[in-house]
Write a protein that binds this ligand. Structure first.
Ligand SMILES: C[S@@+](CC[C@H](N)C(=O)[O-])C[C@H]1O[C@@H](n2cnc3c(N)ncnc32)[C@H](O)[C@@H]1O
Length: 274
């Protein structure tokens, strides 16, 4: 018996090209489109009109909170990283969708961002809300300028989130901005009642890449007292020393955003309601 070759073994038929007058084999890749056909098909794809993931995320949070308040009939919304990711697509902005959703059962809002321009947008968003209607509870909002990892202490100390207060916190960071200690503080705040519900964004898609660029000690950085600059992956002390200006200090530039107790604050939380 001779040695088995490609010619009599697997794959030969697939390799055959149909020759003229040959009715026993078929054309290779007969279903391939011509370049013209491909070009025509490509023309049918439109560019995305908005960032789809952000859009879905904002809708998910809005819907989740709609069901949340159907049960609780009240509540506090904390958004630690609240500025719009895509200001040109306001419909993908979670804070906006939540503030504008109905029924308006959520009563207290804490919206924080590090970026002063985004803080201005948050303030404008709040001020653009229509006044309260008959049978609606008064709503109040504190817009906070600064590092949420620091400002979360003031939110929790403000007395707004009592054991009986239903609360939801959105931690929509880009990658490493939210210290794990911040998650712990929120999780441990309520002792006997239902916990503050947490929606924590984990950057699963690019986490490996981000971690591989780490120059600092990841465990220290994401643990107590340290934070990481998302652009460089470097770890800095949480007091702001050595960091790239990530800590404008407790007390932002706006009267309404200074440290607790906030000016004009009346327990349980200050109001700047329109
Ligand atoms: C992913 S975006 C938030 C997107 C937003 N939730 C939305 O629905 O469009 C992250 C935001 O966090 C802000 N940020 C970054 N570091 C922060 C920090 N340490 N504290 C508070 N905000 C921070 C950024 O300025 C940015 O606006």
């Amino acid at each position: 018996m001779g040695r088995r070759t490609d010619a009599d073994g697997m794959g030969l038929n697939a390799m055959m090209v149909k020759s003229k007058g040959d009715s026993t084999t078929s054309d290779l890749f007969s279903d391939l489109l011509s370049p013209d056909q491909v070009a025509k098909r490509l023309k049918t794809y439109k560019p995305l009109s908005k960032p789809v993931w952000s859009d879905h995320k904002a809708k998910l949070i809005e819907k989740y909170l709609a069901f949340f308040v159907y049960i609780t009939k009240h509540g506090t919304y904390i958004d630690g990283f609240a500025g719009p990711q895509s200001p040109e697509h306001p419909e993908t902005w979670s804070a906006k969708r939540v503030l504008e959703s109905r029924p308006r059962f959520l009563r207290n809002f804490f919206l924080c961002d590090l970026d002063s321009e985004k803080v201005n947008r948050l303030q404008a968003l709040w001020e653009s809300q229509p006044p309260k209607e008959k049978n609606e509870s008064k709503r109040q909002c504190v817009v906070l300028h600064g590092d949420f990892n620091t400002r979360v202490d003031e939110i929790l100390a403000s007395g707004t989130i009592t054991e009986k207060e239903a609360a939801f916190a959105l931690l929509d960071q880009r990658t490493f901005e939210c210290d794990w200690r911040t998650v712990e503080k929120l999780a441990q705040h309520k002792k006997t009642g239902n916990k503050i519900e947490l929606f924590y964004f984990l950057a699963a898609k690019w986490l490996h890449r981000s971690l591989s660029g780490f120059k600092g000690d990841a465990a220290r950085a994401t643990g107590r007292g340290h934070r990481v600059d998302s652009a460089t992956g470097l770890a800095y002390p949480a007091d702001g020393s050595g960091g790239p200006g990530l800590h404008p200090g407790a007390g932002g530039s706006r009267a309404a955003t200074g440290p607790w107790p906030w000016p004009g604050a009346s327990a349980p939380a200050p109001g700047s309601a329109p």
